[in-house]
Design a protein around this ligand. Structure first.
Ligand code: AMP
Length: 194
């Protein structure tokens, strides 16, 4: 199964992606983790993206897409992926679909982890990761999410590939809710391939 997790900073997207990857035996691919790893290792790519990540701005599409191509193809060969953090704009969703469709690698279902913004701010301030979680940058990352990522949900809704989960609940409950919402999708996909 090929799943995209969509959620604001502070929505628990990374945690839910890890839990899902364990429950469903799918490869977890986080664009944010891969980018932070390049920055930490000071690779050529890391040096190009460092200032974007530090500001909470989106890294240019071509860089993210090049970085993800190989891991995505590998994950598809192994049965599927949980994509966490990519695509995150309508433009990325369209471009990714364009290249992934022929490879049988396109997203089959997008899961929106929906958390009210007051709760997001509370969680992010409590977390205070240090590097990109100062008050101003938190606010900026939430603005970028609202302006660029939320419109992408309409794209998946129009394709009838969107599932919404109330993600203000505790971690375990959210995970169970995601699993139960995905079950009918999984069955439907299975029927359509048999
Ligand atoms: P995340 O951990 O998903 O919140 O991502 C952390 C940071 O990495 C973001 O604030 C962006 O600077 C960058 N980033 C992650 N994914 C993408 C993407 N799909 N497109 C552009 N920038 C991204």
């Amino acid at each position: 199964m090929r799943i995209l997790l969509v959620g604001a900073p502070g929505s628990g997207k990374g945690t839910q992606a890890q839990l899902l990857s364990l429950s469903l035996g799918l490869t977890h691919i986080s664009s944010g983790d891969l980018l932070r790893d390049h920055v930490a290792r000071r690779t050529a790519l890391g040096r190009r993206v460092r200032s974007y990540v530090a500001r909470g701005d989106l890294v240019p599409d071509a860089i993210v897409m090049d970085m993800l191509r190989k891991p995505v193809i590998k994950a598809v060969q192994r049965g599927g992926y949980i994509l966490d953090g990519f695509p995150r704009t309508v433009e990325q969703a369209l471009a990714a679909y364009g290249t992934a469709r022929e490879l049988g690698a396109a997203v089959q279902v997008a899961v929106h982890l929906d958390v009210p913004s007051a709760e997001l701010v509370r969680r992010l301030l409590a977390r205070g990761r240090g590097t990109d979680d100062t008050d101003d940058i938190i606010e900026h990352r939430l603005d970028v999410y609202q302006d660029r990522t939320l419109p992408m949900l309409d794209y998946y809704a129009q394709r009838e590939q969107l599932v919404r989960v109330d993600a203000a609940a505790p971690i375990g409950k959210v995970h169970q809710a995601v699993l139960s919402q995905l079950e009918p999708v999984r069955r439907m996909l299975q029927e359509s391939t048999t």
